[in-house]
Design a protein around this ligand. Structure first.
Ligand code: HDE
Length: 740
């Protein structure tokens, strides 16, 4: 080990020696070659061609019978194999995340397009040829670990970048704002939304009294509520939703110049959602819908892709907006500061083991690298405390960073020692600094060696418990969001509010919420009130704002509505998203014996050429005969599939097939429900009769998403593809009603 001398030269020599000589697990984690990628090989185990053993490596001879005093006798305490197995089993669970318990993870890579050196010295944002490994975990927030994927909820979008300079975690959501402005309100918010404490009902749902009681008293949540009641809260797929860092962060460059930055993830497949009725049905038919969708896409090689976007604001422009950059209930409208797309995230590998990776991954907003720094956003500041604290509870030890999925690929050297489940075998007798015995190792790093140097923000203030007046506008961006929605999206918000408040039992809470909605948009409040059989209160209850202490005069902190400099923001509406691709979309073809095999093949080819998938659904599983006697294996039966699990439906011809389908209530329901959920429907040959028969009189002539072609022309496939790319024909909702 290091010599006892403390001369500068000796220290320098020892520095390189110390790093090279390290035999700890970090290096082994990288397969011993110090390669800077996330390589979990060392920890993998699959038992192939191996004997069954105990945890001590002893080969097990009988895994079927415990050790007994005679064949019919009592089990013996001596049975160390039984005890080891059962004990391990008894301890298999760890506490679920207090929020974001339900999730799905994936590995991938991130690559920057152009060097961001002008703004940040973060190395992973410098070199376009460099691939940085990442692990991403998507989640819902309110539900427990086994709850449905399709709850109306915010989605977590947490990304761990394993950079050469240490881990950077971008722990974001699919909604760019948050309910509250100050971290001190977070436990209240979460208590309010979680199942009610007396009976643990409802699971994974905000539609209950305590949530709306809290929200109706927290007008600062108005903007977030607009997003939560919009279709953003019921995504079609994790692959088709945006992500946001929410808070304003700082980039810092080599010169020490800081720039405010908001992070965005933009999915290349666009932002798409399902219908609320559909979401509820999916929750029953396939509660793992999003998890499965992500898994299957990656297994199929359809790697989900998102571009990293940044909105950059110079330090000197901090106060030029009508909102406060430190207020997490506000966005920076893209019209004011455009989003620059600076790199791409590709998810290309499923985890090997859900528990080891997706469950044990520990994100923390405080995991940053040099070149990325915080702001004083009071929500962000509180999060800086919470994430380490929660990992200690959940993973049970301060050594959670040593769990393979959490390990930095940059070597870790410090004087932290011991604790539960320590993996690293630290060598030598020195575990303190300064020291001379280890030659001063490990050393502090100067800034030019990548040492993290906190941005030196000027602070000159009184110590207060208060909120800045610049945080008092609670409604203008809620209104901006509502105004930016298409008519169909606005209608969905009204319906969602009617649903949620309709489930609230205490009428006073409903009324108080109407008072809040009135501040957002009087028309919106009226529509919701009509659905609830109530009137919008003329004078919303005062004071609504509870964001002040006991000694503050409520009149001095009333919420205000600042005039927004823009009235509409296009990127806020999903109407304006990517709609030129059907890549990875799942289309059902309804078939029965005697179906037109050629028509199905043609359609399949056309859809697959565009990157979509066609799956057959039949009255039974197994072989289904085409009209000319060939056999096709059905992918699903009407029992194992439902229209809510598909993006579109196609009914090929074949007289016998159609006759058989005509006797299947589920086949009718399939098409009717697809129609109700505004999906594209195509039929060729005799399939046209079937589709027409389902809601013949109700079919709008001008519905471009229903393609009927008796002779099965090629243009039918083209029109079908165009209609699927539109995602949904939401306009249908208001003109045609279908009982499904
Ligand atoms: Fe979190 N949040 N959060 N949060 N959060 C957690 O950490 C917390 C907030 C977010 O997939 C917890 O490991 C506080 C905003 C995601 O593992 C916990 C506050 C945003 C995930 C916690 C917030 C998030 C979490 C629970 C208010 C979007 C899942 C388990 C001050 C920018 C990460 C855990 C994963 C998880 C605390 C607000 C995103 C308790 C105190 C705002 C995506 O530490």
């Amino acid at each position: 080990m290091a010599s006892k001398t403390t001369s500068k030269k000796a220290i320098k020599n020892n520095k390189s020696k110390a790093i090279k000589g390290n035999k700890s697990n970090e290096i082994k984690h990288n397969n011993g070659d110090n390669k800077k990628s996330l390589d979990l090989e060392f920890n993998r185990e699959n038992g192939t061609d191996e004997f069954l053993t105990t945890n001590q490596g002893l080969r097990i001879n009988d895994n079927q019978n415990s050790l007994k005093a005679g064949e019919r006798g009592a089990t013996l305490l001596e049975d160390f194999i039984l005890r080891e197995k059962i004990t391990h089993f008894d301890h298999e669970r760890i506490p679920e995340r207090i929020v974001h318990a339900r999730g799905a993870g994936a590995h991938g890579v991130f690559q920057v397009y152009d060097s961001m050196t002008k703004y940040t010295k973060a190395k992973f944002l410098q070199d376009p040829s460099r691939e940085t490994p990442v692990f991403v975990r998507f989640s819902t927030v309110a539900g427990s670990r086994g709850s449905t994927d399709l709850a109306r909820d915010v989605r977590g979008f947490a990304v761990k970048f394993y950079t050469d300079e240490g881990n950077f975690d971008l722990v974001g959501n699919n909604i760019p704002v948050f309910f509250i402005q100050d971290a001190i309100k977070f436990p209240d918010l979460v208590h309010a939304v979680k199942p009610e404490p007396h009976n643990q009902i409802p699971q994974a749902a905000s539609a209950h009294d305590t949530f709306w009681d809290f929200i109706s008293l927290m007008p600062e949540s108005a903007h977030m509520i607009m997003w939560l009641m919009s279709d953003r809260a019921i995504p079609r797929s994790y692959r088709m939703m945006e992500g946001f860092g929410v808070h304003t962060f700082r980039f810092v460059n080599e010169e020490g110049t800081a720039t405010f930055v908001k992070f965005h993830w933009k999915p290349l497949l666009g932002v798409h959602s399902v219908a609320w009725d559909e979401a509820q049905k999916i929750s029953g038919k396939d509660p793992d819908f999003h998890r499965r969708d992500l898994w299957e896409a990656i297994e199929n090689g359809d790697f989900p892709e998102y571009e990293l976007g940044v909105q950059l604001v110079a330090e000197e422009d901090e106060h030029k907006f009508e909102f406060d950059l430190l207020d997490s209930t506000k966005i920076i409208p893209e019209e004011l500061v455009p989003v620059q797309r600076i790199g791409k995230l590709t998810l290309n590998r499923n985890p090997d083991n859900f528990f080891a990776e997706t469950e044990q991954v520990a994100f923390h907003i405080g995991h940053v690298v040099s070149g990325i720094d915080f702001t004083n956003d009071p929500l962000l500041q509180g999060r800086l405390f919470s994430y380490t604290d929660t990992q200690l509870k959940r993973l049970g030890s301060p050594n959670f960073h040593e769990i393979p999925i959490n390990r930095s690929v940059a070597p870790v050297h410090n004087n932290q020692r011991d604790g539960h489940m320590r993996q690293t075998i630290n060598q030598g007798k020195v575990s303190y600094e300064p020291n001379s015995i280890a030659g001063g190792c490990p050393f502090q790093a100067a800034m030019q060696d990548g040492g993290f140097h906190t941005y030196e923000e000027r602070v000159d203030a009184r110590k207060v418990r208060a909120r800045s007046e610049s945080f008092h506008d609670h409604f203008s961006q809620a209104t901006l969001f509502y105004n930016s929605q298409s008519p169909a999206e606005q209608k969905h918000i009204v319906d969602a509010l009617r649903f949620e408040l309709g489930k609230v039992e205490i009428v006073a809470i409903r009324e108080r919420m109407l008072g809040i909605l009135k501040q957002v948009d009087a028309g919106l409040a009226d529509k919701v009130a009509a659905g609830l059989g109530l009137l919008v209160p003329r004078h919303p209850e005062q004071p609504m704002n509870r964001s002040f202490g006991a000694d503050t005069d409520p009149a001095s902190v009333q919420p205000v509505k600042v005039k927004s400099s823009i009235e509409k923001s296009e990127p806020l509406s999903m109407e304006n998203t990517v709609k030129d691709t059907i890549k990875t979309r799942k289309i059902a073809a309804l078939i029965a014996d005697g179906f037109d095999g050629d028509a199905l093949n043609q359609m399949k080819k056309a859809l697959e050429a565009e990157g979509a998938m066609l799956k057959t659904v039949a009255p039974k599983l197994g072989g289904i005969n085409t009209a000319d006697g060939k056999k096709v294996t059905a992918d699903f039966s009407f029992l194992t599939a439902a229209s809510v699990l598909f993006d579109a439906v196609y009914v090929p011809g074949g007289a016998a097939s159609i006759e058989m389908l005509a006797g299947e209530a589920d086949a009718y329901h399939f098409v009717n429900e697809a129609f109700r959920h505004c999906k594209a429907i195509a039929a060729t040959g005799e399939g046209v009769d079937f589709v027409s028969g389902t809601f013949a009189r109700k079919l709008a002539e001008d519905d471009k998403a229903v393609i009927l072609s008796e002779n099965g022309s090629k243009s039918a496939a083209n029109d079908f593809i165009k209609a699927i790319a539109q995602h949904r024909n939401w306009g249908r909702e208001t003109v045609r009603k279908v009982p499904a």
